[in-house]
Design a protein around this ligand. Structure first.
Ligand SMILES: *Cc1c(COP(=O)(O)O)cnc(C)c1O
Length: 287
């Protein structure tokens, strides 16, 4: 496999720890250097893998470019479309063979159930279906019911998530205690043009760098009042995470940096609240 280096933590663990047991080897390209992808492709490469936007860095990768590379080298292109949802981005249009979603996030959208989805090429899906049937990752009927009800409101929810997130991102960008903000539909995002080309709106996740590193990040998190402190994303409620002092605190600073986590990085999953309330909470915590 050839994969982007910035992929979801458990995806990374799967590639590094478990796949080698089946003699599946993964080479990594840096998400901001897509021009290097072809140099990692070997005669036995079968899969090209990426997520866009990425978790937690909110980087964006050109799906059309990945589609073209996959076609040229006869690779199966797999895209984790979790942050975008099928409403904002359809990787199959750009040549993806399989698209995966954590339905736990925006597809459920209300922090209630765990679930996942794989869609794509019929023959590949048939093989995945048979494997799943025999090995167990099946959705419970209750979760399936919850998720199918959720799909009925996906579009209206995601519209509001994106509208709120853009306003929060603009607020953060103008705040003196914030060094930088990453949100796909902010003009300052390095891949803004690509995001505009392949996404209907920017999604609900914002990454920002608070001034003052780990201490400031910890203080900010402890000052939050309205938003939730949790590791989930895509809930109705706004969720704030400071990976360096929480989810990734066991890693050394060097290892944190290797997975794109700086000391001051804060991730916000913007919810469906009245956006002025969310901004007021972030504002008092930043102060
Ligand atoms: C959460 C997440 C996953 C894993 O989803 P689970 O529902 O927790 O198994 C995979 N990819 C991305 C980008 C995620 O954010």
């Amino acid at each position: 496999m050839v994969s982007a280096s910035s992929v979801f933590g458990s995806t990374h663990a799967l590639f590094m720890t478990y796949f080698p047991k089946w003699n599946i080897e993964t080479s990594y390209f840096e998400i901001n250097k897509p021009e290097t992808i072809e140099s990692f492709i070997k005669p036995n490469t079968k899969i090209l893998y990426a997520e866009s936007p990425t978790n937690p860095g909110v980087d964006v990768i050109d799906l059309e470019l990945l589609g073209n590379i996959a076609k040229k080298h006869n690779l199966i292109l797999i895209i984790d479309n979790c942050f975008a949802t099928p409403y904002l981005q359809q990787p199959i249009k750009f040549g993806a063979h399989l698209v995966i979603h954590s339905a736990t996030k925006l597809i459920d959208g209300q922090g209630r159930v765990l679930g996942g989805v794989t869609v794509g090429d019929a023959e590949l899906i048939r093989q995945i279906y048979l494997f799943s049937r025999n090995t167990g990752p099946a959705l419970s009927p209750f979760n399936a019911w919850v998720l199918s009800k959720s799909l009925e409101t996906l579009a209206v929810r995601v519209d509001r998530h994106c509208e709120n997130a853009l306003k929060v991102a603009e607020f953060l960008e103008s705040h003196p205690n914030v060094n930088s903000v990453k949100y796909p539909f902010l003009k300052s995002h390095p891949q803004y043009e690509i995001a505009k080309k392949q996404m209907k709106a920017g999604g609900n996740i914002i990454a920002f760098e608070i001034k003052g590193g780990i201490e400031a990040g910890r203080k900010f998190l402890n000052s939050i009042q309205l938003c939730s402190l949790s590791a989930n994303i895509g809930d109705t409620r706004t969720i704030v995470t400071h990976p360096a002092s929480t989810t990734h605190s066991k890693l050394s600073e060097e290892d944190q940096l290797a997975v794109g986590i700086t000391q001051g990085l804060v991730r916000v999953s913007v919810g469906l609240e009245t956006v002025e309330d969310v901004i007021a909470d972030l504002k008092q915590a930043l102060a």
